[in-house]
Write a protein that binds this ligand. Sequence first.
Ligand code: NAD
Ligand code: LMR
Length: 329
Amino acid sequence: MATTITITGAGGQIGYALLFRIAAGDMLGAGESVRLRLLEIPQGLKGAEGAALELQDGAFPLLEHVEVTDDPAVAFEGANHALLVGARPRGPGMERGDLLAANAGIFGPQGAAIAAHAASDVRVTVVGNPANTNALIAASSADGLPAERFTALTRLDENRARAQLAQTLDVPVAGIRRVPIWGNHSATQFPDVSHATVDGRPAADALAARVGDTTAWQEQTFIPRVAKRGAEIIEVRGSSSVASAASAAIDHVRDWVHGTDDWTSAGVVSHGEYGVPEGLICSFPVQSIDGGWRIVEGLELDAWARARVDASVAELIEERDAVRALGLL
Ligand code: NAD
Ligand code: LMR
């Protein structure tokens, strides 16, 4: 039976970069037929309809069906995966609270519609920003579905971190592992190189040989480069990351379904791991085992790393409290 995948904001930029790769089998694998449901708001329907026409013209062997709708009940019917990409961007004069409120108005009803209409095994990946808090809002509105089914995309941050480390060490990125992202998908995130490996061996000595003082390099070069990469892309391209974001979303879902043989990163619900308040959707080092994300436990965080995790978690708490104060959580 084909897998049903709902993509919200499918008429937008990331939607356009995602749809064809999903149809080509990059996300679920070459043996999996897919049915796509594209959800848009009325103003975005034409974009999604155009993409649907092109999907048809792609004659993808794995693509069984495409449906475009502006009705969440139709879009999420029987969905096994929901990629929540559509979000309200920050507009001129909008404060952080306005943005959180506008997105709560999207992700609350979508969480409820997923709970009411999606398949019982549905897995949700939130891409639209602020991704962690949007995932929290959707999870909180999805009565009857475990919060573990709601995740926020931080794989793009991890991919960026691995790529930066590979460049610094002058090695292929494929050999770099264990560079988890902690915290929020925002400039406060903590990309952590302390456990990094190259071809299975610790990277610490090679890194020190290249950069000298590793802490200074992390503070002055690596962390700002990774954490502010989204802003750098916006400055250079004139709009936010698209193909790399879509590619990371595909990595995230593929690993969630097919498992990992090492750590990766995802925004998942905290049960109090590493002192992160229960219920927050926080990025942790994770492994995908038997179809579910498991937080890698027992890692040492020294005082320097702890302070960075705490700062990003403090931002997540602030976002949660702002949404709560608006009565939306
Ligand atoms: P875009 O503006 O090109 O597309 C967004 C689409 O969402 C639009 O077509 C819009 O009509 C639609 N939309 C808005 N509200 C909707 C709703 N309620 N239901 C369904 N569709 C709705 O933006 P984009 O470049 O595709 O980016 C999408 C989001 O992804 C943004 O919030 C962006 O900041 C975020 N993003 C996240 C990451 C990450 O790593 N987590 C990376 C890049 C971008
Ligand atoms: C990104 O990381 O590229 C996106 O979340 C866009 C942004 O605003 O940084």
